[in-house]
Design a protein around this ligand. Structure first.
Ligand code: PMV
Length: 278
């Protein structure tokens, strides 16, 4: 018997460095992680419907990608609203479910309008990483360089605070021209990071500098700052917020994750080890 369903799966991501500055044309580095969204679609008669999802934006996203006459089921292991690319993964998974064997360009171009629905003015970084996988050096509108997958690991620490990427991006925009030189400095750090990506000690220093600049920009907060301090206290080479800030997650580049995981457990901070995923 022939099955009448189609599926698409896409990964989440972490931004290593360059968030926000990438919106203004600077480069950024991000990598896919081993957390995914899977969309399963089946033909139906009537408007497209995402099962058991109240969120009107998710319903709109499915309608936008699929048109009418589809029943959609979603399963995801990507935390929502934490800067780990859940909306980009949703967009890419829906497009992959509907269309087989798309080129990267078509996949990117089809998924980006959905990301715009969620985030207003996205750089495209999240969609590019979810569509391509691996570790990417990205520049708007869609210039990509795949970087060799490094052997280091990161610990992800979750503030458990959701934040709105659209709001944070608008906030940064409202801070211009005050933040223009910060944006340029972040761009310079990303260029350095791309050259030293295999060297966790140097890369860690770059991440710390990036965090200082993000704090100066105004997108960190005391939860994020505290988790960054904790990670560094537990031996991280470097730690920073990852994503739009105002909540979400911190990533810590660390040789031995155990002491940090123990401290997080004591403080009931969700934390886990992640590796770049190709
Ligand atoms: O969706 P998030 O929280 O990972 O943020 C994306 C990173 C930003 O640079 C803040 C926005 C963008 O579109 O690149």
């Amino acid at each position: 018997m022939q099955s009448n369903h189609q599926t698409g799966t896409a990964p989440g991501k972490l931004i290593l460095c360059g968030e926000h500055a990438v919106v203004y044309g600077q480069k950024a580095i991000a990598f896919a992680v081993d957390l995914t969204t899977k969309a399963t679609i089946r033909p139906r008669t009537g408007p497209t419907n995402v099962r058991r999802v109240e969120d009107s934006l998710v319903q709109e996203a499915a309608q936008m990608v699929l048109g009418p006459n589809w029943e959609v089921s979603l399963t995801s292991t990507i935390p929502i609203g934490r800067g780990m690319g859940s909306s980009a993964a949703l967009a890419v998974a829906l497009v992959k479910a509907r269309h087989r064997d798309l080129t990267f360009d078509s996949l990117f171009q089809s998924a980006l309008p959905v990301e715009k629905l969620f985030h207003g003015n996205p750089s495209g970084l999240d969609v590019a990483v979810s569509a391509r996988g691996g570790v990417l050096l990205f520049q708007r509108p869609c210039q990509l360089q795949s970087l060799a997958c490094p052997s280091w690991q990161v610990v992800v620490l979750d503030t458990q605070q959701q934040s709105s990427t659209a709001q944070m991006v608008r906030y940064v925009d409202s801070q211009r021209p005050r933040v223009d030189s910060i944006i340029d400095q972040i761009g310079d750090l990303v260029e350095e990071a791309a050259k030293t990506i295999g060297d966790p000690i140097t890369l860690g220093e770059i991440l710390n500098d990036n965090q200082r600049l993000l704090a100066k920009m105004g997108v960190s907060n005391h939860h994020l700052d505290e988790l960054v301090r904790l990670a560094r206290h537990c031996g991280a080479y470097g730690a920073k917020l990852s994503g739009a800030g105002g909540g979400g997650v911190v990533l810590a580049l660390i040789e031995d994750p155990e002491p940090l995981l123990v401290q997080c457990n004591r403080r009931q901070v969700p934390a886990w080890v992640c590796r770049p995923w190709s």
